[in-house]
Design a protein around this ligand. Structure first.
Ligand SMILES: Cc1cc2nc3c(=O)[nH]c(=O)nc-3n(C[C@H](O)[C@H](O)[C@H](O)COP(=O)(O)OP(=O)(O)OC[C@H]3O[C@@H](n4cnc5c(N)ncnc54)[C@H](O)[C@@H]3O)c2cc1C
Ligand code: SF4
Length: 333
């Protein structure tokens, strides 16, 4: 492990002054929250910051529901949010995404902010025995493209990186138009969650639009008629304690005649970032919940998808996941 100093700032301003930066391996200072992802990567020598800046005690963990929507303090744990009774009733897609993530032990420790900024599970990124990884070492190549790429993305990738984004929570939040509140040395700003993560392009080592010093302070999910009738479907290699092969977050508002008035759809396990599907949503609006109608709309998700061999099956599977998740969401009271 690369030696580092652990900074425990007395308040958030002192933490921001240390200019830590999430989402890139060459940052000399990085934040640590619950540590469930960071410590693994330090141990494996994947991350080598000189300084770790602890956020412990500096951010709030409040879970607040108002008529405007849901606010999650960045320090709220996955377990706290998943167990909140109103989140489960009013935003089931969020509770389900969390309960289908990791293990109870990890969920007790891991925070909202850390979850959104966890790094990819691409095995070539996480194993320094492989030298070719543009995300870890810019310009070194991508071992996954011609390697074992069963876990990798079919949407949003390119010749420089095809790593799938790992967070289940982020997929549910993207479907619900969530925003993140960010604070840095220059002040506060609010970002749509769809804008937080970058596509890899030619710079896969830059994962987010966060600037040095910036921390996520809270997530806000606006109140919306689709939120209550929502579902997170996660397909994985084993029933628990496993990342998504494919996942679908679907939220629906139905008309009096049972047809879909409006829909929100996002996919996980298949995109280089949490993948919202506005064209599928537009096709679902006005549709019935009949399987063939859902399937027709879901087929639009495949537009632009590119398999790399081992992951070709995801293109079919993600369409089926949308249909199944829509059926489950539509059947909710
Ligand atoms: C065994 C195991 C299984 C898992 N399975 C799943 C799964 O199925 N689905 C899933 O979605 N996740 C899964 N995870 C990942 C887990 O959800 C993340 O490790 C966790 O959410 C990270 O939160 P943390 O608070 O521990 O973050 P840390 O590890 O402390 O930090 C993660 C990153 O976020 C940055 N950071 C943290 N908080 C902030 C903030 N407020 N502002 C700016 N930067 C910040 C850190 O600098 C770091 O880059 C699994 C993890 C493990 C260990
Ligand atoms: S897919 Fe991305 S993270 Fe994985 S080896 Fe290629 S460049 Fe690295």
């Amino acid at each position: 492990m690369h030696p580092f100093s652990l900074e425990r700032p007395r308040d958030l301003s002192a933490a921001l002054a240390l200019r830590a930066q999430a989402g890139r391996n060459d940052a000399p200072a990085e934040y640590i929250a619950g540590g469930t992802d960071m410590v693994q990567l330090l141990q494996e020598n994947v991350r080598r910051p000189d300084r770790l800046v602890s956020l412990a005690g500096l951010l709030d963990n409040r879970i607040e529901l108002t008529t405007q929507g849901l606010r999650l303090g960045a320090a709220a744990t996955m377990a706290e949010v998943a167990a909140h009774p109103e989140v489960a009733v009013q935003f089931p897609v969020i509770a389900e995404a969390l309960l289908n993530s990791a293990s109870p032990q990890v969920r007790n420790q891991a925070t909202m902010g850390g979850n959104l900024l966890q790094r990819t599970r691409c095995p070539y990124f996480r194993d320094t025995g492989y030298s070719a990884c543009n995300k870890r070492t810019p310009g070194s190549g991508c071992a996954a493209i011609d390697g074992e790429n069963r876990w990798h993305a079919v949407l949003g990738g390119g010749e420089h990186c095809i790593a799938a984004h790992a967070s289940d929570l982020a997929v549910a939040l993207v479907a619900l138009d969530a925003v993140v509140q960010v604070r840095g040395r220059q002040g506060e700003r609010t970002l749509a969650l769809t804008e937080l993560h970058r596509l890899p392009g030619t710079t896969p080592h830059l994962e987010t639009v966060l600037q040095p010093s910036e921390v996520i302070t809270a997530i806000v999910v606006p109140a919306h008629p689709v939120a209550r009738r929502s579902h997170y479907l996660k397909i994985r290699d084993r029933a628990s304690f496993e990342f998504a092969v494919v996942s679908a977050a679907v939220a629906l508002e139905l008309q009096g005649d049972g047809r879909i008035r409006q829909a929100r759809v996002a996919l996980g396990g298949v995109g280089t970032k949490p993948w919202r599907l506005p064209r599928v949503e537009a096709a679902l609006a006005g549709s019935s919940l009949a399987p063939e109608a859902l399937r027709q709309a879901a087929s639009i998700a495949a537009q632009g998808a590119q398999g790399r061999g081992h992951n070709d099956f995801k293109i079919e599977l993600m369409q089926r996941a949308i249909v199944r998740a829509a059926e489950t969401a539509g059947a909710r009271a």
